[in-house]
Design a protein around this ligand. Sequence first.
Ligand code: SF4
Length: 368
Amino acid sequence: MVNHSAVTAAVRAAAEKVERGERITGADAATLWHHAEDADLARLAGRVRARFHEARRATYMIMRIINYTNVCVAQCDYCAFYVLPNQEGGYVLTREDVFAKIDELLDVGGDLVAFNGGFNPKLPLHYYCDLFGAVRARYGDRVEFYALTIAEFMYLADHAGISFAAAAARLRDAGVYWITGGGSEILTEDFRSRHSKFKYTVAQYFEAQRAVVEAGLQTTATMVIGFDETFDERLEHLERTRDFQDQCLENGHGGLFSFLCWTYKPYGTAFGGREITPREYLRHMALSRIFLDNVRHLRTSVLTLNEHAFGALDFGANDFDLPIEDEVTQKAGARIDLDLEGLLSVPRGMGYEVEYRRAERPPLAASV
Ligand code: SF4
C-alpha cells in the first residue's frame, strides 16, 4: 500500500532542494517524476531555467539537416532511414547537392546546417575533411555547421584506423567546430544491446565525446525518448550526461553547450511501437531541466513534436530549432512545417519574446 503522506513529504523535500538551488539526486528525480503534479514540475523547471535565462524569452534557429548518405551498416532497429551497402536506394550527395541545400537554407533566413548520415563504409575520412573544408571555404561566416554526430565520428575514426583524438584533430584542421552528441538515443548499455548493437557502447560514446572536447571542439548532449526504455534508463542517461558535464567543467572545458531531447518516431521502423504523448514529453523536459543543473541551454524539438514542442518553454526549455529538412525523422513519420512565421506565432501567443540566435562559433584552442 502506498504511504501517501511519505510520498507527499518526499516530493516536498525534493522540491525544496530545487527551490534552494541545490542539486537533486536520482532518487529525488524519481520521486518527482512519479509523484509531482505537472504544474509543480513546470514551476521547478522554471526555477532552474531562471538561473540561466530571462523568464519570458526564448531563442531559436532556422536550420537544415543534410543527410549526405543513407547507406549505413549499423542496422538500428528504430531507424527507417538507412539502406545497407549495395542495396537499392542508397545514395551519397554530391558537393553540388550539398551546396544547393545550403543555398536554399540561406534563402529562407537560416544559417545552421547539421550533417547527418549513416555509417557508410565507402566514405573515408578525407571525404569528410574535403566536404567540410569546401563548405567552410565557400560560405565562411554566413553558415555554421554541425559536422557530424558523435556516433558517425566514432565510426569514421574506427574506419580510418585512428584514435578519436587524431580524428578530432583532423576534422578541426579541416574547419570543423562542432560535433554534436547525436546518436545517443538512450545511453545505457542494455538499451544499446537491445536496439543498436553495432552502434558503439556507452563507454565508447563518452570516450569519443571527451576526445572531441579535448580537441577544442564544441559538442552538445542529445536524448531520444519513447522507445521501450524504462524510467530508470532515462534517469541513467541523465545521470551520465550530468556527470560528463561536471567532468568537463572541472577540467576547464566548455563541455556540453546544450541538451536537446526529441521523441522517437516509429513509422516504417523494424521496432515499431507508438509515439509518446506531448504531456509525457513536457514532464520529461521539466525533469531534465531540473536534473541537468549544469547545462545552460535546454532545447525543445519542433522537428518531432511540431507546435506541441513550444509547450516545453513552460517546462524549462529556452531554445528551439525550426528545421526545414531531416530525412531521418521524416522517413519515420516526422512532419516538417515550413510556415516558419506560423510556428513562431505559437510561442509569441504564449507570451514569449522569441529572438533569432545565430549559430555560435567558439574560439578554437589552436595548440591542443
Ligand atoms: S540511426 Fe543512424 S546509425 Fe542507426 S541505422 Fe539509422 S543511420 Fe545508421
